[in-house]
Design a protein around this ligand. Sequence first.
Ligand code: F3S
Length: 426
Amino acid sequence: MRLTDGERAMLDGADGEAVAAAMDLLVRYGEVLGAERLVDTDNVCGANLFGSRHSLVCGSPTPDAAFSEHSLDAPRVLTIPPVRAQSYQLIGPMDTKHWQVQGLPQAEHDEIVASEKYSADHGIHLMNTCTPYQVGNVPVRGEHCAWMESSAVVYVNSVLGARTNVEGRESTGAAMLTGKIPYWGLHLEENRHGTHLVEVTTPVQSNRDWGLLGYWIGEQVQEEGIPVLDGITTTPDLVRLKHFGAAAASSGGVELYHVPGITAEARSVEEAFAGAAPRVRLRYGPDERRAAYERLNGTATDTSVDLVMIGCPHATLGQIRDVVRLLEGRRVHPDSELWVFTPRALRHIAEQNGYAQALEDAGAVLMSDTCPAIGQFLPKGTRVIATDSAKQVHYLPAIMNVQGWFGTLAECVDAAVTGTWQGVQP
Ligand code: F3S
């Protein structure tokens, strides 16, 4: 790999041992990937919160040890300096307010709080969400980033036209300290052109429709392509594109897609393919939508719902308001729970707006900073969940051994109020 003089100096230890280790990791990583050089980045989103479960697994006795081992893959404990790049903490394992609802022991709470302080002291912004783009980190078109979290990566690549691969804890940790990331994959213009043309012949309007379409496309494309959607007749908003991308990144490994005329990099189908012919042509109609719906509801048979989960990816204020309005005059069933997840910053606004209180009054909980899949927690005895998120219903049954229903937000809120799933196939 070609290094600049400044990069070479970092590698040789001019900025200290930890920066040298970070640069060494990036060079090794980049060489495996075939990257010829590094690229500057000042926008890094990673995961650097460690609780007792993390320390237990890897036996890291101090925060420096945890960062050295988990985030730098270093062979020994280094003294970690403040980060160089603008760096952001993604979603983590704990809601600092409702950690007891999660069932976390005090000791784990204390460790995660200490870990947060360590991150803050090192200059890592505590966004604590899988949707940094909802709370102020909105990279511009062409900006080189280093982000983890597949649903966030596909959003910023596609909707905003920023450039990032799906990075890992180690590469983002190293990028935070150096402001560098290997220049390969989706950082390169030639790797951002469409490969699969998807002709959409059935209306795609609601959040559920976009989740179904994303889930079906991810299954078709897997990790090997960049879908281009033709036939979209309405303009989706942030929530719909968020659901779409998260679903496509779950059933497949979609990191970038184009909706000509809507997403950042293609005004037309021809432009999305840079003049080349599509490698694969697909058609999405009513049969394909039905198949995706059946697959997403394939784990569930029991209609008694123990938990309704809203906010995967983390909910906007608008989604929280919609839940509040759907609950108006009703209460969550005594045998069910309704948990809504949002970024920490949006929960603060939701509290100011009275939404958090309204949810609490109806027996629901507004949580932030985490989610059941990342934190691996559910109400005790949960056997059946329901959600409006294709991504969450894809993962939770597999991770937590529960049944999962997928439907609209209204169906989910009804399930929370009645304790019974009554969703209808579109
Ligand atoms: Fe975010 Fe958790 Fe869903 S990380 S995208 S809420 S699975």
